[in-house]
Design a protein around this ligand. Sequence first.
Ligand code: ADP
Ligand code: ZN
Ligand code: ZN
Length: 816
Amino acid sequence: MHYIDVIIPIPLQKLFTYSITASEFDFIKPGMRVAVPFGKSKIYTGIVYRVHHDAPTAYEAKEIQQILDETPVVNQKQLKLWDWVSSYYMCTMGDVMRASLPSAFILESETVISKNNKTTIDESTLKDDEFLVYEALHHQSSLKIQDISNILSKKNVLSVIKRLIEKEAISVEEEVYEKYKPKLVRYVKLHTFYSTEKEFHELMNDLSRAPKQRDVVMTLFSISAKTRKPVKVSELSEESGASTSIIKSLIDKSVLEEYFIQTDRVQYSGEENENSKKLNSYQETALSEIKDTFEKHQVTLLHGVTSSGKTEVYVKLIEDILNSGQQVLYLLPEIALTTQLVNRLQNYFGDQVAVFHSKYSSHERVEVWNQVLELSAKAKIVLGARSSIFLPFDNLGLIIVDEEHEQSFKQFDPAPRYHARDTAVVLAHLHKAKVLLGSATPSLESYFNAQQNKYGFVELMHRFNDVLMPEVELVDIKEKQKKKRMKGHFSDRLIAEMTETLAEGHQIILFQNRRGFSPIVECSTCGEAPQCPNCDVSLTYHQYRDQLRCHYCGYVVAMLRKCAACGSPELDNKGFGTEQIEAEVKVLFPEHNVARMDLDTTRGKYGYEKIITALEQQEIDILVGTQMLTKGLDFRNVKLVGIMNADNMLNFPDFRAHERSFQLMLQVSGRAGRTEERGKVLIQTYNPYHNILQQVSTNNYIDMFKEQMNERYNFKYPPIYKQIKITLKHKDYSRVEIAADWYATSLRQVFKEHVLGPEFPPVSRIRNQYHKNILVKIPKEHSLAKTKEAIIKINNSFLNVKDFRSVRVILNVDNY
Ligand code: ADP
Ligand code: ZN
Ligand code: ZN
């Protein structure tokens, strides 16, 4: 008898065994897709894991429905990686499969199929069965697999669907994201009305009372005369020294006309000798040190200050790998995957660069998948967010993990709850490839590993062109309040620096760690704060729509006119968010363009790109934003960074709060003064003597590292101890309590004092589900594998208790 073990994309503890015929046995290889029946009537796409002769003992093996591929779509190394992810992060292979494959690969009974309206299909190219399905989609906007079975009156329909997808006649349902739009660059010209000398002179006379505007027109005139090329708004602003708002008022008066030119690939606006990739001596040294460490280490940490030119060092390493015919994976946090960097790499490597991230449609993801699988020249370098570690690499030579300290490399929900940086190390091991971790503010984990000589270590401590690190000034706002030197949330120092920066024609970034207008609305009579009905958290006020919103579940309600508890109309704003800062800036600096970058303003299709482009093109003078601002962006003209309030980061209830605050503040600071002129950073705080703030202001990573590591030793936190977080969820409060106590008691019998909790998290009810957490701390000398085995045993007995069956259990390994 012949069998295959199949991974099915649903959370099953074990793989399922199906029987196959002798001829199928000769054909099937691990990594191919097969359509298999499951349960009463469901059909799934599974991945063959193993081909063998061992009949299952617990059940009768069903037959497969059909084979979907001629050759494997998943390779052996990937299957090994899936094995590791599933066992390390305590999830099923089905979970890993679903996270790995583009959804178009996973057809199943629930898949919804619709016509692909982006292409027109020559119907004569369709086979009969294909045509029947295609035709049916003219009458019905979508079909399920079962419907298609009915239409074709046969069971095996996945191959028809697969062919239709390949012909681009249909698509499978998913959120459809659009591609990045080409950038539109804003240009201005003099209105045609003033093209005659006479009109022009009259205009200049008219403008003699508005000398700034007159200057702008003169400058435009002379640039056009000199270059005879279209003039960008940003260029005009720079040359004339006028703010974009002055230019805007000229446009409003129809003196100037604006127009847009589509530039597919906006030139990277770096130095003119951008082509010359010659490294400076510090970079050269770092490069050769990295190569040296790779002799002994598989992983090397590059600690390079912001703007030290790490990217250029990566580029050299990439060139070497490409020359040896291998593939490169360049991992970045999703949000840092900007057109800025894509363009920069494409300038060097042309279309050998493929980009892979969640904003791409399934079609595009399938395209990249296949290019990587086929070792295509078009995907020699994959630039991607965390899920790109699951692409079918065949011959990786190097993985770069840039901004390796970033928290977003860890997937929190759903399973697999993997950390892409750590998984990348395993992936590299499978390929005998090297890993370079890069950061200006390394995670304690990686720096610790480097200190332990587990990783190689290289430093790059000079900014490119010897630009000085920005000067950091701490502003004591308690003091300022006492002396009445605050306007809203702005100290006199911040206002003075902003005024000066704007006068010099430079840009400003203001960092506020919260979005919304003012997080909490409180009744000044009875103290009641409006709460989310689904979660145990106060609602946040959003001025823009005059609404209260829950940041956990998305609940929205119109702003209250009076207190729901006592009826008093006096509702007070406590704390402050980005929206409020933006509103205050607009009052303080009415002449300047202010924009905001946070989850609310970047939700739209190109929200994030649009704001970045506007900042690059200097259409924004002051940008207010949350930590989105910190991600590796390179703006030429930003000279001042203001951190509105350092304390709410530092006081966050998490053992990593101090490490994160340090990283966040240094990263935002790194956005200031990246060219010749030294930048300035102002940090407003109630507690200027806080050690972290002192360490930020002196850019002292080592002190921060030592002090934080001390804390981690004392309180048994990572990286000294490993930890696994177990979260129980249920809509019934007491059931969660009982279940969590049962679970924790069982864990304590095995792990003794290494079990913490159960405890309700700060927000204990989310979407009407109560949460309770248990933490298992694992000392270095304990086996991680044995610990997990014991937890799984306890988990299985837990699930066998009838009362607990409806409680959701989430296991999160390395929950940081
Ligand atoms: P990091 O990644 O360390 O923050 P970047 O690689 O972005 O730094 O470099 C900062 C700036 O310096 C960029 O504008 C980059 O183009 C420039 N730069 C870095 N190295 C070189 C070099 N060797 N030659 C020319 N420009 C460089
Ligand atoms: Zn009240
Ligand atoms: Zn809520």
